[in-house]
Write a protein that binds this ligand. Structure first.
Ligand SMILES: Cc1cc2nc3c(=O)[nH]c(=O)nc-3n(C[C@H](O)[C@H](O)[C@H](O)COP(=O)(O)OP(=O)(O)OC[C@H]3O[C@@H](n4cnc5c(N)ncnc54)[C@H](O)[C@@H]3O)c2cc1C
Length: 468
């Protein structure tokens, strides 16, 4: 090839490279604009704020390779803005820390962030004790998510409670420990309390399993290596949620744990060295208490007549069991859209989606697209600017609000699913006098199959517990 041809070839290559560069810059710009828009919306809606531990990005170290975005098993937590990773919907972070593992330059750390800025973190000692003596917190309620952390903290909180009981034993007939919550933290705490021979009971307003029971059907749940007191190591690292629940139910039955479902904690106080829990079945007095309530709170009700009917639910667990029904979904978030599309896919269902705003603006891109597709193909009837006025057997009454008029109408109805967000459990903690302002907790990996520390094993001697 002569010099002229070589020069021409180099010129063509340079031209193509510059075209490629311009094309890439255009894609990056579009992505940046999308992420900026989403962050703005997330801030308005409060979904940017994390529930528990979440990614912290070092903007100086970040090289914008997006491996953290690709590694995250959830969607919409992270995005790239001008070549630097940013948190979009912090509340969707579950704390797996895959982003931290995959970042090639160590620019991501998954932590609780600046805890001085968090008014939703109860102050906890290293032993998980709150500012109220004898009152402990285990699991996600303390700010740290993941099943393996909940299991570890459940065990540690019981060890600390047992130490407290030994130091100041109460009257013989009094419970030594009341555990509230039977999610992974509460199950682990109950097993450890049984192992130590404590006089205890566990209550939960719902069925055993906590948030895990409420995951969508067949959700793959990552537990990694973890060991339960009395049971030992869980052999799998991943389970379908049904398998985990079944396993926990089996363990609870095998060890005859005193767990009562359907009892809700409503308030409480500390009195003469004991904790009094005000519950839906009356007051329960115990020497110590572990709150293992999680952070997901109580689903928000609409407060309309008929909401107590059995056909009204606040989560969809298994769409596959619902067919040939007239269904109303209330809400405009991702959960509402996911439930609506899942139910619309079932044979014979007629699905209506009611949302009080005039547009859906906080959806994951995938859900927004699916909603549009289902609306166009009339698989879902979407009624924006509408509110439920009442729920009755066989029908619902709604009001359509337009600038011109408010019009009431009725729909045939067999089931109502309400997705109106939730009320966090923190006011309940305030009622106990628990102080907030950030825990003194380190996020450390729980031991996989650590045997119970012998020094804290309690042998029952008469009514009191004593250290062996
Ligand atoms: C969609 C989703 C997916 C997830 N996936 C994973 C995963 O793959 N791997 C993983 O490790 N983690 C995952 N997590 C996080 C994990 O589920 C939680 O970190 C874990 O369940 C926390 O356990 P916990 O026992 O602290 O609280 P929870 O599991 O939330 O249990 C709290 C319990 O307290 C009860 N309770 C609450 N208030 C009261 C009251 N007032 N009175 C009586 N009882 C009450 C509730 O009914 C509930 O049973 C996921 C979370 C979500 C939302």
């Amino acid at each position: 090839m002569d010099t002229l041809s070589l020069a021409a070839l180099a010129g063509i290559i340079l031209f193509l490279l510059s075209l490629l560069g311009a094309w890439q810059r255009k894609i990056d710009r579009r992505e940046t604009d999308r992420v900026v828009r989403e962050i703005r919306e997330a801030k308005t809606l409060g979904t940017q704020k994390a529930i528990a531990q979440h990614p912290q990005i070092d903007p100086i170290a970040c090289i914008g390779c997006a491996s953290c975005v690709a590694a995250c098993p959830e969607s919409g937590v992270l995005g790239i803005v001008d070549g630097i990773a940013h948190v979009i919907h912090g509340s969707r972070c579950i704390g797996h820390a895959r982003c931290e593992e995959e970042c090639p330059v160590g620019a991501v750390r998954v932590t609780l962030g600046d805890i001085s800025l968090r008014d939703d973190l109860p102050i906890l000692s290293d032993e998980l004790q709150t500012s109220v003596p004898g009152l402990f917190i285990a699991g996600e309620l303390g700010g740290i998510a993941l099943i393996r952390h909940a299991i570890d903290q459940g065990r540690r909180a019981v060890d600390a409670a047992a130490g407290h009981v030994q130091a100041s034993p109460g009257p013989g007939e009094e419970l030594e420990l009341l555990i509230v919550g039977s999610g992974p933290a509460g199950i682990s705490a109950s097993l450890r309390a049984k192992e130590l021979g404590l006089r205890f009971r566990t209550i939960d307003r719902d069925d055993l399993g906590g948030t895990v029971r409420k995951y969508p059907r067949r959700k793959l749940t990552l537990v990694q290596t973890v060991a339960l007191p009395l049971h030992g190591k869980l052999h799998g690292r991943e389970y379908h949620k049904e398998e985990l629940i079944e396993l926990w139910e089996k363990i609870v039955a095998e060890h005859e744990l005193p767990i009562t479902s359907g009892v809700s904690l409503e308030g409480g106080r500390s009195e003469e060295g004991s904790i009094i829990a005000v519950t839906s079945e009356g007051e329960i007095r115990a020497r110590t208490m572990i709150l293992a309530l999680g952070r997901r709170g109580t689903p928000r009700a609409l407060g309309v007549p008929g909401e107590q009917l059995e056909k009204v639910q606040y989560r969809l667990i298994d769409a596959a069991t619902i067919e040939n029904e007239h269904i109303l979904i209330v809400g405009g978030g991702d959960s509402a859209i996911e439930a609506a599309t899942a139910l619309a896919n079932q044979r014979g269902n007629k699905v209506t989606l009611s949302y009080r705003k005039d547009r859906f603006f906080r959806l994951k891109a995938r859900n927004a697209e699916r909603l549009e597709e289902y609306r166009e193909s009339e698989r879902i009837r979407v009624i924006p600017r509408s509110e439920v006025l009442g729920i009755e057997e066989g029908r619902v009454v709604l009001e359509l609000r337009t600038a011109a008029e408010n019009k009431q109408f009725q729909l045939q109805n067999d089931a109502v699913f309400i997705f109106a967000g939730g009320d966090p459990p923190f006011p309940l903690l305030h009622r106990f006098g628990i102080e907030f302002g950030g825990p003194r907790l380190e996020l450390s990996e729980p031991p996989a199959d650590e045997p119970p520390p012998a020094s804290i094993v309690i042998h029952r001697t008469g009514a009191k517990a004593g250290r062996s």
